[in-house]
Design a protein around this ligand. Structure first.
Ligand code: CA
Length: 231
């Protein structure tokens, strides 16, 4: 399966680029590389990669602009790889449409784990196009009937909890920022909504997590947002 996955690596640092190519090739992924934004956009249109690993700090273009451009026509998973450690950069990239982020320096294991998540999202996306029922581990959402089940039992969810669960499910594998979620749920994103979001998320977790101290389905990204994990 891995041999079918083509990964575009956009990175201007030759050492990091080489490390990525070596480790991904060892895992039998197809790799193509770009050293700046112009090359990256050209590769996306001409070579049709499945996944993009994108450095945010490029010599010719801001990575966030590249994400916005790609999102104009493609839903491919984009994993931002950035040396910037500020949360605002990650949030900007995620809000522009990136799926996930990796902060330099990263381990090869971490990189591989993120790629596996992106691949699961690729197949989940293909599935969600055709199916009106979402399944993830013990969790099932019947979109047509407007209800959700855990281990076969119907969940008693408030309308906001249900909306929240559907939003996370429709973006399974993708990190959603607080702003993105509150925008979708309440139509705006005031600071007070982020506080409410935390409360709704806690009550939703009580209904779908066996151990809320170690959530399996909904992962918290402190200061950034939440992600549903594909089981
Ligand atoms: Ca760079």
């Amino acid at each position: 399966m891995n041999s079918k996955i083509k990964i575009l690596i956009v990175e201007d640092d030759p050492q990091i680029r080489k490390l990525m190519v070596t480790s991904l090739t060892a895992q039998k992924y197809d790799c193509i590389t770009a050293v700046n934004g112009e090359e990256a956009l050209l590769s996306v249109t001409s070579q049709n990669p499945d996944i993009c690993l994108l450095d945010l700090g490029l010599p010719d273009m801001d990575g966030v602009e590249i994400i916005k451009t790609i999102r104009g026509w493609s839903n491919m998973p984009i994993i931002v790889v950035s040396a910037r450690c500020e949360d605002t950069d990650k949030i900007g990239a995620l809000d522009a449409g990136a799926d996930d982020y990796l902060t330099k320096p990263f381990s090869v294991e971490e990189l591989m784990a993120r790629i596996r998540v992106a691949i699961r999202r690729l197949s989940a996306y293909a599935q969600s196009e055709t199916e009106s029922v979402f399944t993830n581990g013990n969790l099932t959402i019947d979109y047509a009937a407007g209800c959700a089940f855990f281990a076969g039992n119907e969940l008693s969810l408030t309308p906001i909890e249900y909306k929240l669960l559907c939003l996370l499910a429709q973006n399974v594998g993708k990190v959603l920022t607080h702003t993105f979620i509150t925008d979708k749920i309440w139509g705006n994103s005031l600071d007070s909504d982020v506080a409410s979001l935390r409360v709704f998320m806690a009550s939703l977790r009580k209904k779908i997590e066996v151990d809320t101290a170690h959530p399996k389905y909904i992962q918290t990204h402190v200061g950034i947002g939440y992600r549903m994990i594909r089981q």
